[in-house]
Design a protein around this ligand. Structure first.
Ligand code: TYM
Length: 333
């Protein structure tokens, strides 16, 4: 049976290979399956949980749409829209914040990481952000949510919120409890400079990530400078597990070629990293450079990108405003 897919990406600039391999590539496959109904959201309300420059935010919203389209999401088949234009998201987040428990939110590891040492100075929005994410998903009765591994805990919270709402108001299955869709092998792409940290847009060093708008030369240079070790490529995943940077690069190769770690090891066993990196650069450029060029091309046509959002907002609003109306009736408003 077809799935109802919902996922979101923050428009905070520097969308990178982690976003692509962990999430967007999966969106494209789901979009290509005609049985599915897919909704992809540019989550601009989430973006302002940390300080944003208004002009840049506007550009980044368009760039995220351009990235979706350039990666192969068909906006005629899937809904692409931005969260702030559909009021039900903010309303839903408030209502669900009265369902979610402090204890649940206090366990969220991403808040702890993002807020860092100075928790007192973090915005309230950064703290309650997973509740807004739950509203996003639940307003559309999503059955499946494709995300990278770092969002797994937020998805579990969303499931808890849905179940508590259904229990509190004694209506079975009113809020659909969604399933996460997290890839087995490549759900966490790591920094090119430190295999213990995830690839991230907020990392200071640009050499730590491949941006989806990098030029060919930038990509090749970053792979050349990526951290590795001096040993040749091993035979088994067991041996690779102890070598974080090596495992990450081989994982990236496997994901880009739609293969597995095992099969990629078979190709490169015994070889040294300089040889492997050349091959990796080739597949990386072959896959990402056309996307990068297309993003740049699309960004020249702002009215086209705005039109995609406008059409998406209309479709999303129809679904979400209907659901929030029912939620309000159930609550007694
Ligand atoms: P965001 O914008 O941080 O990331 C977008 C998607 O990219 C994935 N991702 C990664 N995957 C693998 N390796 C990495 N290094 C890596 N970095 C990022 C993320 O897991 C995500 O799938 N809260 C979400 C956005 C959101 C959302 C939603 C997602 C808001 N509402 C509803 C699903 C459903 C976020 O900040 O993702």
């Amino acid at each position: 049976m077809g799935k109802k897919i919902f996922s979101g990406v923050q428009p905070t600039g520097n969308l990178h290979l982690g976003n692509y391999l962990g999430a967007i590539k999966n969106f494209v496959d789901l979009n290509n399956d005609n049985e599915n109904k897919c909704i992809f959201c540019v989550v601009d309300l989430h973006a302002i949980t940390v300080k944003q420059d208004p002009k840049e935010l506007k550009n980044n919203i368009r760039e995220t749409v351009a990235t979706f389209v350039a990666s192969g999401i068909d906006h005629k088949k899937s809904v692409i829209f931005n969260q702030s234009k559909v009021p039900a998201h903010a309303e839903g987040a408030w209502i669900l914040s009265c369902v979610a428990r402090m204890g649940w939110l206090n366990r969220m590891t991403q808040f702890k990481e993002k807020a860092g040492k100075d928790k007192e100075k973090a915005s309230i929005g950064l703290y309650s952000y997973p509740i807004l994410m739950a509203a996003d998903i639940l307003l559309y009765d999503a059955t499946h949510v494709p995300v990278g591994e770092d969002q797994k805990q937020h998805l579990e919270l969303c499931r808890d919120i849905a179940q508590k709402f259904n229990n509190d108001f004694k209506i079975d299955n009113f809020l659909q409890v969604p399933e996460p869709l997290i890839q087995k092998e490549f759900s966490r792409i790591m920094s090119l400079k430190d295999g213990s940290k995830k690839m991230s847009k907020s990392e200071l060093s640009d050499l730590s990530r491949i941006n989806l708008t990098d030029s060919k030369d930038e990509m090749i240079n970053k792979i050349k400078k990526a951290k590795t070790d001096s040993l040749p490529i091993p035979e088994t995943i067991g041996e690779l597990d102890k070598r974080l940077e090596a495992k990450n690069l081989i994982g990236i190769y496997a994901s880009l070629t739609n293969s597995t770690l095992d099969k990629s090891l078979e190709i490169f066993v015994g070889k040294n990293f300089s040889e492997f990196k050349e091959k990796l650069s080739q597949v990386l450029v072959a896959k990402i450079d056309p996307i990068s060029l297309e993003i740049k091309k699309l960004l020249n046509d702002k009215s086209y990108l705005d039109q995609i959002l406008l059409e998406g907002v209309e479709k999303a609003d129809l679904i979400a405003s209907n659901k929030i109306k029912k939620i309000k009736e159930i609550i007694g408003f």
